[in-house]
Design a protein around this ligand. Sequence first.
Ligand code: FAD
Length: 379
Amino acid sequence: MVMKTRIAIIGAGIIGVMIARFLVEKGINDIVLMEKNYPGSGGTFRCATGIRASFTSPEHVEMMKRSIELWPMLSRQHGFTYRRDGYIWLLSEEKHVEMFKKIVKFHHEYNVPTKIVIPEEIKEMVPTLNTENILAGVYDPLAGKADCFKALLNTLEYVKNKGVKLLTGTNAEKIIIKGSKAYAIVTNKGVIEAEKIIVAAGYGSKKILKNSGIDVPLENLPKHALITEAYKPLFKPLLIDWSTASYIIQVIHGGFLIGANMKEEPDTIPRNRIDYLYLAVKIWSKYFKWLPYTRILRYWTGYYVMTPDHHPILGPHPKIENLYLATGFSGHGFMMAPSVGEVMTQYILGEKLSVPIAKNLELERFEKGEYVKEIAVFG
Ligand SMILES: Cc1cc2nc3c(=O)[nH]c(=O)nc-3n(C[C@H](O)[C@H](O)[C@H](O)COP(=O)(O)OP(=O)(O)OC[C@H]3O[C@@H](n4cnc5c(N)ncnc54)[C@H](O)[C@@H]3O)c2cc1C
């Protein structure tokens, strides 16, 4: 079978779906969106749903700020919940308080309204929190969360109604390049010829591109999470315990989702870590005495698709025409998806980028050694 389309997108995670959505809004609907498994089955349905602009590189801050402008409009248009419930970093060491004072100053330069808060203020926002060992916190009122399931599925339904063809169970094996132009995709179901090809396949991007003779520096880092049954709303912000780099969030559906850092090697075969449950509950039951009495519903392993500078690869391939990349979100692809959808659409249509600094995220930076710099490595 040979199919022809104007635009082919590989990967129906939040990134592929958002790219399709922004293209559709420009009147382009001759799009094939292919997915080897089912939509959302990669990182997207395994994520903690957090959204923030409080990063430490101008590239991340600007892309996330634009996303935060777009999330409310998208949630209204596609009918899913998005809320600005905030983030709080809990700091229990003096050196961390000093470091975050610098980070807050950096945020203010970019109009991200974070502030240092004292334990009493944290207690007001999170009444059942044990603040005994907390010296201070950093509060980000602009941060929030969204329903990752409906954000993807409702947006997907919208683009399908506008004519986008979703092909599930379709594994993109390689891209055919003629001369210096990407021309078609070989899949398990046949060949798809396209004027433009966008690779948004998470870690799968590495294999597709490798089979096509293109190397991208991606690593797949296992990350574990658990969620409890749903409870009535108890606190709004996502909380980060900075000393262990772990977080807890009461997601839109009411469950408490915990992500705790475990030592893992990249690119390992997925395996369950039963010791994760003990670690996650141990960290957070110091803060919440009620936590051991909640009922854990699910535990899962997902991945952060990492690049060497922990920033995504976005934009056209520097040497191959008609080939575009949107991958390597290093743990922050859900929150960034709206601005990625917008910027990728602008690249494809040859328009001015709404976030000009996104240019720094092109693949070429690794070859040139122009890695994106952060003032501190941060969540
Ligand atoms: C535990 C955990 C917590 C997280 N928390 C957050 C958070 O709070 N906020 C945030 O912003 N991010 C978070 N993330 C990261 C976030 O989930 C990802 O960055 C985001 O989902 C990436 O979206 P994507 O569309 O690039 O990738 P994916 O969702 O992985 O989608 C890629 C799709 O491509 C498909 N695919 C792969 N290979 C092929 C192929 N050869 N052919 C066809 N299809 C293919 C896959 O099946 C998949 O569906 C978290 C991740 C984890 C694991």
